[in-house]
Design a protein. Structure first.
Ligand code: FMN
Length: 370
C-alpha cells in the first residue's frame, strides 16, 4: 500500500476532515460573535483535537483577499504551505494538505517546499491543486486569469508535470514546454521514500474533473443531493478508468450544525445564516462565483443565499446526531469515499460531533474505532 503512514490511505471506508479553518469565518458567512477566528492558536488547538479524535485530514483554502461585507469574510487567512508545516510539526496522525494555486508559485519552488514539508511530517503531507477561478486574486498578483478553462488546466498540467518530473528524476533535466523553459532543473530531496503524497483537486468543470482523473488520488466535489452526487461519482470514476486506467476516490464537502435536538440545530442554523448573515459578503462571493449569472428562479436564489451564508454553498448536515449520521451514511452509500466538514466554530463544535456522530458511523461500518 502507498504511504501507510498517511491517514488519507488508512483503512477507514469513509474519511473525514476539516475544511477552511485557516480562513476567518471558515465557511460560514455570518456576523455572530462566535464566528471562527483563524488565529494560529485556534488552528493549532483544532489540529491537535482533530489528531486526537482520529480525523484523517485538514484541508485549507488558499485565499489571498477577502470577500468584504461586515466581517470581510476570509479576509484573514493563514498561508497554506507554512500553515501545514506548522501543524504537521505538532501533530502525529492527521494528514495536512497545502493548497497551491498553480499560477502563483514557480513549480520548482513549490516542489522543494512540498518535499520539505513532507519530510518534516514523516510523509503526512497532502497537496490540493487549484487551477484558478477568482479574478480579483489574479489581478492582485498582476496576472491575467486565462479566459478559457483549457488554458488554465493546460498550465496546471505543465506545472504539475514539472513537479512530478523534479521529484522522480535522478538526473538534472531541461524542460521546453508551452509555459516553462528550464535548464538543468532538479529537486532534492525527493518526497519521503520517493512516493507521491496524496494529491487532490476540486475542479467542477469537465476540465477540472479530467485533471483529477489524470493526476489525482481524490476529487472533491460539491453536491446538491445524494442522487445526483452518486451519478457524478459514477461518471468521474468511469472516466478515470477508461481514459487513464486510474482509480479516483471522490469526496464531497459539507457544513455541520449538530445539536442535541433537531429543533435546536435548525434554530441555530436560522440564527447565524439568516438573522445574522453577512449579506454583503454573501452577495460578493455568489457574484464572483457566477451564481447570479445563471437564471435561477427567485425562490431558489433565496435558498442558495442561505446555503452560502451557512456554509459557502456546500452540502448541509443540520440536525441531531442521528440525522447528521444518517445523512453522512447516505453520502457514503452514494459512492463517496469521504467528506470535509466545516463548523461555525470548529473548536466549540467538533467535540460534540466526535462524541456523538463518529461512533454512529463506526457502528454503521464506515469507520473503525481508534
Ligand atoms: C473542497 C474544495 C476546495 C477548494 N479549494 C480552493 C482553494 O483553496 N482556493 C481556490 O481558489 N479555489 C478552491 N476551490 C475551487 C476549485 O479548485 C475550482 O477552481 C472550482 O471548483 C471551479 O472549478 P473549475 O476549476 O473546474 O472551473 C475549492 C473547491 C472545493 C470544492
Amino acid at each position: 500500500m502507498r504511504r501507510p503512514y498517511n491517514a488519507m490511505f488508512n483503512r477507514n471506508r469513509f474519511k473525514l476532515g476539516l475544511f477552511s479553518p485557516n480562513c476567518a469565518g471558515g465557511m460560514a458567512i455570518t456576523t455572530v460573535p462566535e464566528r471562527w477566528q483563524a488565529s494560529w492558536q485556534n488552528n493549532l488547538a483544532l489540529a491537535k483535537l482533530a489528531d486526537d479524535v482520529g480525523l484523517e485530514f485538514l484541508l485549507p483554502i488558499a485565499r489571498w483577499t477577502g470577500y468584504g461585507g461586515a466581517t470581510d469574510f476570509q479576509g484573514d487567512s493563514l498561508e497554506t504551505i507554512t500553515w501545514a508545516a506548522g501543524l504537521l510539526a505538532q501533530t502525529s496522525r492527521v494528514s495536512v494538505f497545502a493548497t497551491a494555486h498553480t499560477a502563483f508559485s514557480h513549480p520548482l519552488m513549490a516542489a522543494k517546499q512540498f518535499a520539505t514539508v513532507d519530510h518534516l511530517s514523516g510523509g503526512r503531507f497532502g497537496l490540493n491543486i487549484v487551477c484558478g477561478w477568482n479574478q480579483p486574486e489574479y489581478e492582485m498578483f498582476g496576472l491575467a486569469l486565462a479566459e478559457d478553462h483549457d488554458t488554465r488546466y493546460r498550465y496546471g498540467q505543465e506545472w504539475w508535470d514539472i513537479i512530478r518530473r523534479a521529484w522522480q528524476s535522478e538526473q538534472d533535466f531541461d524542460w521546453h514546454g508551452e509555459f516553462f523553459k528550464l535548464h538543468a532543473a532538479r529537486c532534492t530531496p525527493k518526497p519521503l521514500d520517493g512516493s507521491l503524497p496524496p494529491l487532490m483537486n476540486a475542479g467542477s468543470s469537465a476540465q477540472g474533473q479530467g485533471f483529477a482523473a489524470q493526476n489525482c488520488d481524490f476529487l472533491f466535489t460539491v453536491i446538491i443531493d445524494t442522487a445526483s452526487g452518486a451519478e457524478t461519482v459514477r461518471q468521474v470514476q468511469a472516466m478515470a478508468r477508461e481514459r487513464f486506467q486510474r482509480e479516483l476516490g471522490v469526496f464531497t464537502t459539507c457544513y455541520v450544525v449538530c445539536r442535541a435536538t433537531q429543533r435546536e440545530a435548525e434554530e441555530y442554523h436560522h440564527h447565524y445564516a439568516v438573522d445574522h448573515a453577512d449579506t454583503a459578503a454573501v452577495e460578493r462571493l455568489m457574484s464572483l462565483m457566477g451564481m447570479h449569472a445563471h437564471s435561477f428562479p427567485r425562490d431558489m436564489i433565496g435558498a442558495l443565499r442561505t446555503q452560502f451564508a451557512a456554509g459557502h454553498g456546500v452540502y448541509p448536515l443540520v440536525g441531531d446526531a442521528d440525522t447528521v449520521a444518517r445523512r453522512i451514511i447516505e453520502i457514503a452509500e452514494a459512492g463517496f469515499a469521504g467528506a470535509s466538514l466545516a463548523f461555525v466554530n470548529y473548536l466549540d463544535e467538533l467535540p460534540y460531533f466526535a462524541a456523538e456522530v463518529i461512533p454512529r458511523l463506526e457502528r454503521a461500518g464506515l469507520r473503525l474505532p481508534l
